[in-house]
Design a protein around this ligand. Structure first.
Ligand code: LMR
Length: 328
């Protein structure tokens, strides 16, 4: 990308100077795996727009959607190697390196968008982001993609319907436990493989947000969707730490300010896109959509009960307490 020439040449030139030489320009390569018309895709574009405007074109954010550069499996490594400078993976995908993060993967804890926003902007999230330092990564903020639903090739409403179903999940040990407790067969794979896995009947179902299902046309192969809202799907926005440290303070401020300015917009956008995409799915006669009834929800919750103990005892009870406290 020629980023090496660009990154480390941050002169003290004033930002209102209209003659920004190429050598003074800073390019941030931002890679992600979802489509452009999704909460993450739109947020990456908005961020690029704000940063470019605030820096008068000195900082350019190049966004690479759809996993065109890297998949879930190698984007963190590419970030660490500074081949790209920014990514925003789901927190679930960071849990193998940072097990405490599994607290956000626990099912049926965060119940609505207001609670979700509160948690994503709260002290526990800040603490989780700070843990990225252990990996030499600068954690910037969390973005939302709302709640996960179950999409499947046959109805899943009663808890027994999970029996023997091969369900794709993001790699996360708590998510694996979740599906085992429900009686399903969990199968971890990267987002870029889901379409192929469905087409080739390697999986029967998956958990994901409506916007991810709709934008990748997964519903054409999984035409039963249960609106379970059983878990959240959110993104940790992060940067290569050496790259971050190489930026002068004014540029760091522009990045932070841009993210702060767009935070509420991002949360609202996540809600809006998921709602709009659901309406489009509801209009499609070939898709069956089920609301999870209270009775079925209680069945699911009863099966899932041991998962909180598992997190409490085996991972970090303190973080679970903090999460529950933030929700009270
Ligand atoms: C998934 O793998 O299903 C999601 O993490 C994709 C994404 O980034 O929203």
């Amino acid at each position: 990308f020629g980023y090496r020439q660009n990154i480390f040449s941050t002169s003290e030139m004033p930002y209102d100077d209209e003659q920004i030489g190429l050598k003074d320009q800073i390019t941030i390569h931002f890679s992600h795996v979802v489509a452009e018309n999704t909460p993450k895709g739109m947020a990456a574009e908005k961020f690029a727009e704000l940063v470019e405007k605030k820096s008068n074109g000195r900082v350019v954010v190049q966004v690479y959607p759809n996993g065109m550069l890297y998949s879930d499996n190698n984007e963190v490594e590419a970030l660490l190697n500074n081949e790209i400078q920014m990514i925003a993976p789901t927190f679930s995908k960071m849990t193998n390196s940072l097990p405490n993060w599994q607290v956000l993967d626990l099912p049926f804890i965060i119940e609505n968008n207001d609670e979700l926003k509160r948690v994503l902007s709260g002290p526990l999230s800040k603490k989780l982001l700070d843990e990225l330092e252990l990996m030499n990564i600068k954690g910037l903020t969390f973005w939302s993609n709302g709640f996960k639903q179950i999409a499947s090739n046959q109805p899943i409403t009663e808890v027994e319907d999970f029996e023997g179903e091969r369900i794709r999940m993001m790699p996360s040990s708590i998510l694996r436990q979740q599906f085992r407790l429900l009686g399903a067969e969990p199968y971890a794979s990267s987002f870029g493989d889901v379409y192929y896995d469905l087409e080739n009947k390697i999986i029967d179902a998956q958990e994901n947000t409506i916007s991810n299902i709709y934008s990748k046309q997964f519903h054409t192969m999984e035409n039963h969707i249960t609106l379970s809202n059983h878990g959240i799907l959110c993104y940790a926005v992060m940067m290569n730490e050496d790259f971050w440290n190489s930026l002068d303070e004014q540029i760091q401020e522009i990045i932070i300010e841009s993210l702060e300015e767009m935070q509420q917009w991002q949360y609202d956008q996540a809600e809006k896109i998921n709602t709009e995409n659901l309406k489009l799915l509801e209009m499609d006669d070939s898709i069956q959509i089920y609301e999870l009834t209270d009775a079925h929800k209680h069945q699911w919750q009863a099966k899932l009960q041991p998962i909180y103990e598992i997190y409490n005892n085996e991972v970090n009870g303190e973080y679970l307490d903090e999460l529950l406290h933030e929700l009270n």
